[in-house]
Design a protein around this ligand. Sequence first.
Ligand code: NAD
Ligand code: MG
Length: 362
Amino acid sequence: MDTLTVDLAERSYPIHIGRGLLKEPGHFEALLKGRRAVIVTNETVAPLYLDTLKQTLAAVHDGPVEALILPDGEQYKNVDTLNRIYTFLLERRLDRSAMLIALGGGVIGDITGFAAATYLRGVDFIQVPTTLLSQVDSSVGGKTGVNHALGKNMIGAFHQPRLVVIDTDTLNTLPDRELSAGLAEVIKYGLIDDADFFVWLEEHLPRLLAREPEALAWAIHRSCADKARVVAQDERESGRRALLNLGHTFGHAIENGMGYGQWLHGEAVGAGMIMAAHLSRQMHWIDDDDLNRTTHLIQAARLPVAPPTGLSAERFKQIMAGDKKVLQGQLRLVLLQGIGTSVVTADFDPGALDNTLNALTR
Ligand code: NAD
Ligand code: MG
């Protein structure tokens, strides 16, 4: 097992990474002593891992550990489902000492975290992420929330977990497509500010696709360390944290333009990072070699390297104009200045953006 710390003064917390951690009560013990805990999970994850986690927690917890099993899907990450969590907690009279435990992917982590941020004005929670994407991204950093009919993740709060427990064995049951989607965010960390990690990924990606435990544990460690460093510098995204959105403005346009649920988020981010790299090349900020290496690695992760057919350059621009990162009417993008060097900038040539969109859309 391997442990990292997210360094946020009194809100600091450990991330434990290793095989079989769902079966180890030790990490949970101190946080569960003398308080009631509720596991929140979904219908897909519950049959796989809920009994194991319940048994583990029973060893360090007085009384039964209760669980709420939600339906599976991004479409349930909304205020109606959130209200089901509140009702479950209120009916059982959980007080401010309650501990919520999110067992599942990013959807479960985000909604459980937001329930914890708001139930009785805030209770503690633990993240037990079970998808690669949630292990390297959503479980770390304290962004929690739900979707609104008018936009994704529009209702939320910053609320850091007290602990993150990553059992890499849970990835054995993850569908291939979800594994690749998580790899998009892993590659993102290399591109943003970790050139050495990018080189490591170029060499070791096949081991990740083959789900070799040591390789996965290392990639998760490095990704969490990279994210934790950025979050420690800028917890509430007033600056540097925006770099974590590399590929995401283009990616959101793909998700939105296709209708959410057609492409996985990580797939859209994969194509989006190539679009960002292409634009960076147009600006002469990176060279052909950087662009080719980026494209190869994303392709090797079995991710799409171009946006879907039918989404026009015009439509892209229209959707991107409504992006959260538009400040005072100016579109800001995360662009590359090399592999492992990125900037958030509004200072790109609109003609270059047109070239990229015209070159890559079909
Ligand atoms: P997800 O939670 O929908 O999980 C993907 C699928 O895998 C689901 O069907 C899930 O039930 C299933 N699953 C989970 N663990 C499994 C396992 N071990 N074996 C088999 N199947 C398993 O999707 P995700 O990609 O984990 O997360 C996406 C969500 O995360 C989005 O809602 C996104 O907005 C959010 N997100 C949040 C942050 C943040 O900082 N808070 C960052 C990135 C993404
Ligand atoms: Mg993302």
